[in-house]
Write a protein that binds this ligand. Structure first.
Ligand code: R5P
Length: 304
């Protein structure tokens, strides 16, 4: 019988996952020593059992060490397999050295995680220059997709939607969501000039004025991408958009800055947030039950 072990802050997702799969979820004991180091103790006998560590990596720097300690303890105590269930997998955006001397953190983080666990499950990882996680992860991965769930939510909650992808990279993805939701779609052109400086250009949307715009994106971090598109919609006289995202990171003031421009914000529960409306636990439970693994298409561990 699988054992679901949530790292701190992931107890609710783990409980939903355990319920969806018919497994048990028990939180490890995690606390800080007075000097700030972490103490961790596994709650149950793990020998011979597959152990699933639930840790969505939206705050990866603080989360990594307890995760590594839990994984090592599970392995040392005889777990048959240690899987990381990371609905949000961090450190994928720095996938090249843009300026001399930069750390390619995606590669380093993948190497570190690959040394801790036997397998990684995630949903919609932000892959840009890497064709697949297998390019940088040295352990099997399973890449799940939330697009059908986003489409289902849009179809069920928005009358006459117009799906909008914020950049050319999102064209195929936004198109697939729109098709599944039975809606038209358009794609913006985006230029990022800094962490919080984004410019977008939209085509003429006058033919779609009667429709409800729905911005779809994989990640909302600073929120500036969604804000830039929403401003353009306002200038073209369209309604305030709904935003439907997979990973709602909403860093710092993102939510407060975005709210005035939009009608509603919806996210999956890959990162716990008040905007969570779309549950991913059944998707992960199904992947664990069916032991899904991505095809290994390139030499693992190679950098792009
Ligand atoms: C970029 O390629 C992604 O799809 C998102 O558009 C981006 O990560 C959003 O970031 P932010 O919310 O900081 O604009």
């Amino acid at each position: 019988m699988r054992l679901i072990l949530p790292l701190p802050g992931h107890e609710a997702f783990a409980a939903r996952l355990a319920e969806a799969g018919g497994w048990s979820s028990v939180a490890p004991e995690v606390r800080r020593f007075p000097d700030g180091e972490s103490y961790l103790r596994l709650p149950e006998e793990v020998r011979g059992r597959p152990v699933d560590l639930v840790c969505s990596l939206a705050r990866p720097d603080a989360q990594f060490l307890p995760l590594a300690f839990a994984a090592d303890a599970a392995r040392e105590l005889g777990a048959s397999e240690v899987t990381l269930v990371a609905p949000y997998l961090a450190y994928l955006r720095q996938d090249t050295r843009f300026r001399p001397g930069e750390a390619v953190s995606s590669r380093s983080f993948a190497r570190l995680l690959s040394s801790c666990v036997d397998r990684v499950l995630t949903v919609d990882p932000h892959l840009h220059r890497y064709p697949a996680l297998a390019r940088i992860y040295r352990v099997p991965t399973a890449t799940l997709h939330a697009a059908p769930l986003l489409a289902q939510w849009i179809a069920g909650h928005v009358a006459a939607p117009l799906v909008i992808g914020p950049d050319e990279e999102s064209a195929q993805w936004a198109g697939a969501i729109a098709a599944a939701a039975g809606a038209p779609h358009v794609v913006a052109r985006k230029q990022r000039r800094g962490d919080r400086e984004v410019e977008v250009a939209l085509p003429d949307l006058s033919p779609w004025r009667g429709r409800q715009p729905v911005l779809v994106d994989d990640i909302a971090s600073s929120g500036r991408t969604l804000i830039a598109v929403a401003r353009q919609l306002q200038q073209q006289g369209l309604a305030r958009p709904d935003c439907v995202v997979v990973h709602g990171l909403f860093a710092d003031d993102a939510l407060a800055a975005l709210q005035p421009f939009v009608r509603q914000i919806v996210s999956t529960d890959s990162v716990a947030h008040p905007s969570n409306r779309i549950g991913l636990a059944p998707l992960f439970a199904d992947a664990l039950t069916r032991d899904l693994r991505d095809p290994v298409e390139t030499a693992c561990g190679e950098g792009a």
